[in-house]
Ligand binder design. Structure first.
Ligand code: HEM
Length: 616
């Protein structure tokens, strides 16, 4: 997984004298002081010391290599926003820096991507510039957390954010123009105190002002510096929302319900803070952001996340996976294209994790309960484990069908018969595990299941496509069961295919017919056909010396049949233990319905043959 830093800044090496260009004072300018070093001045006032990483792609790339960063998403800095200037000047300034950003990216072999800036004091001009920039190759936009007195719930800004969502543009919100600056003239307090408050204000305004209720869920928006003081003070906000009507704003839900609507970066510089942030926001909503190459940024980018006690899955998310989703681009593909050599070369080596797709696997559990019920994870993992084993069973049973088919084609060869028996033994061992696995789920108290059961409806085991496939593949075909798969057309089509295809049951008796063991008269009734099949099995058992391999196949099939009935029985017991006689979420009568399935057998002829055997 490529490592992506979504919050860092650039300054072009040169830019025009904006004060002269627009005829107004106090525009930012760059003053080169010695090779590789410069000062940003605002008018005649010193603003910040910077160095060549701000404008030199090679310096940046070598520092990215040093820190193990594959991709940086660069943005200009808020001092260039110009939201308080005439719109034509702010737009011209935006055009200048947006194009400069793309020029820097073009020198990076695909490792630098950019966010544009817009003249947010004018929504129409902002939407237009955003669209232009998206076409030109920017991945989104960086905006300030307010425009003068307008917060992010301002109707115009909401319109702009809507446009970002429609354009698929990622939005990074950066604090700027800090409140209370007049009381913080020293010690960089506007940065250390004002910025976190500004960011919190941006988020709170969006929540309480109802902006998230109006905006589509597809909007991808991230707040810099870990979201400022938001996460730490969410409890305070929530308490106020519940207990002071005036603190409620106009939002539909309590504030905590909106944390899934935005992301934050990881620039919090303290492991406990990072852990807390991940705990509050969820590992899906925190992304590596460094503020590089400024003095207040992370000095070895990525170290905080890498050295933290977060799980490998969480680190993988924070370091790159979340950013790929946020930016809507595939960073690994970007590096491998015309822009140069592939990025993340270490990520290309096959590892335990990449081979087994461990991060993806560990990311596949999405509990529905809020707050998350402890036992829901177990419920999900047990079901997912069953589904994985169902997949293996289908894989092996398909191979058994193919082998039995081949055995029927060449009745002199025994290899396929042995291979069928060998694979069937695997199937019985898997099914034995499946029977046992229910005990794990039985460690969940009925009260615990009921605490989140309502979140599951109308999902039901009836919709396990693979379970139904197994039944159809083995020969128990019931077209009526297809109705549970109407919501998932692919599953429906797959089951229809299974209905049409020869089953394991068909393959067994076709092979016996080819061997001359099974004769059925034309026009025979279903009962007569059944009896003929049972007699074919009987004939195998009666001549043990010549049919050991086939008898082994039959024994394995019998055992498999037996174990599936055991599975059904243990499932019924589990259901009674957990929900008693309640109805199922799939609409059946629950355990009383499931008990009716206990008589189902895949190979009834194998059992009938036992009745037909006589003592010697
Ligand atoms: C708390 C645990 C469980 C409960 C309460 C439960 C309940 C039920 C109920 C009531 C049904 C009947 C259909 C309906 O009306 O929804 C059903 C069907 C089914 N369940 Fe479960 N179940 C549980 C766990 C599992 C597990 C772990 C699996 C593993 C895959 C599973 C697989 C199935 C399957 C395949 C069916 C369809 C059976 C058939 O049609 O013969 N269930 N379940």
């Amino acid at each position: 997984m490529p490592v992506i830093d979504i919050h860092n800044h650039f300054f072009p090496r040169e830019w025009p004298d904006l004060a002269a260009r627009y005829g107004s004072p106090n525009w930012p300018r760059i003053k080169h002081t010695e090779p590789g070093k410069a000062e940003i001045m605002v008018g005649d006032r010193f603003f910040r010391q910077i160095y060549s990483a701000c404008w030199d792609a090679n310096v940046r790339l070598s520092e990215m290599d040093r820190d193990g960063i594959d991709v940086q998403v660069i943005s200009a800095t808020p001092v260039l926003f110009a939201y308080d200037r005439p719109v034509e000047h702010a737009l011209d300034c935006a055009l200048l820096f947006n194009d400069a950003a793309l020029e820097l990216c073009a020198q990076s072999k695909g490792r630098l991507k950019s966010l544009c800036q817009v003249p947010l004091q004018d929504i129409h001009a902002s939407c237009k510039e955003l669209s232009r920039c998206m076409r030109a190759g920017h991945l989104g936009v960086q905006i300030g957390n307010h425009v003068g007195e307008k917060n992010l719930d301002d109707p115009g800004i909401v319109t702009f954010l809507h446009h970002c969502a429609d354009e698929g543009a990622a939005v990074l919100v950066h604090p700027w123009d800090m409140l209370g600056s007049e009381r913080m003239p020293r010690y960089m307090m506007p940065w250390t105190v004002g910025m976190p408050a500004e960011t919190q204000l941006g988020i709170v305004a969006m929540i309480l002002g109802g902006a998230f209720d109006k905006l589509p869920a597809k909007l991808r928006i991230c707040f810099a510096h870990g979201g400022g003081s938001f996460a730490f003070l969410l409890g305070r906000l929530e308490n106020a929302w519940h207990h002071h009507p005036v603190a409620r704003g106009v939002c539909d839900l309590p504030p905590s319900q909106y944390v899934n609507r935005f992301s934050v970066d990881s620039a919090v510089f303290d492991e406990r803070a990072l852990q807390f942030l991940v705990g509050t926001m969820g590992a899906e909503r925190v992304m590596l952001g460094s503020d590089y190459p400024f003095p207040l940024g992370e000095h070895r980018v990525g170290t905080l996340i890498r050295s933290s006690a977060l799980t490998p899955r969480e680190k993988d998310r924070l370091l790159g996976r979340n950013a790929m989703e946020f930016l809507g681009f595939d960073a690994s593909a970007a590096g491998a294209t015309e822009q140069g050599p592939p990025i993340a070369s270490q990520a290309e080596q096959l590892t335990y994790s990449s081979y087994l797709k461990v991060p993806e696997l560990l990311d596949l559990q999405e509990p529905q309960s809020t707050p998350q019920h402890h036992d829901e994870l177990l419920f999900i993992i047990v079901h997912q484990t069953y589904e994985l084993w169902f997949k293996e069973l289908l894989h092996d049973l398909d191979a058994v069908v193919a082998n039995l088919h081949a055995a029927g084609e060449n009745t002199n060869s025994r290899d396929e018969v042995y291979e069928s028996a060998r694979l069937l033994r695997r199937c019985t061992e898997i099914t034995r595990v499946l029977v046992e696995q229910f005990t794990i789920l039985e460690t969940m108290l009925p009260t615990h299941f009921l605490a989140f059961r309502d979140k599951l409806e109308p999902a039901s085991g009836f919709q396990s496509e693979q379970f139904r496939e197994l039944e159809f593949l083995c020969g128990l075909k019931d077209e009526k069961m297809l109705r549970y798969h109407r919501p998932t057309p692919e599953a429906h089509a797959q089951l229809e295919r299974r209905l049409r295809e020869p089953s394991l049951h068909d393959a067994l008796f076709d092979a016996l017919r080819a061997m001359g063991k099974l004769q059925v008269q034309n026009g025979a009734t279903e009962r007569e056909r059944f009896d003929a099949r049972a007699r074919a099995i009987l004939s195998l058992y009666r001549d043990e010396r010549n049919n050991r391999d086939w008898i082994d196949v039959c024994e394995r099939l019998t055992e498999f049949d037996e174990l599936v009935v055991s599975w059904r029985l243990r499932h019924v017991q589990l259901v009674e233990r957990v929900i008693g006689a309640r109805m199922g979420t799939g609409g059946s009568a629950g355990s009383s319905y499931l008990k009716l399935t206990l008589d189902k057998k895949f190979f009834p002829e194998l059992w009938e043959a036992r009745t037909l055997l006589t003592e010697r």
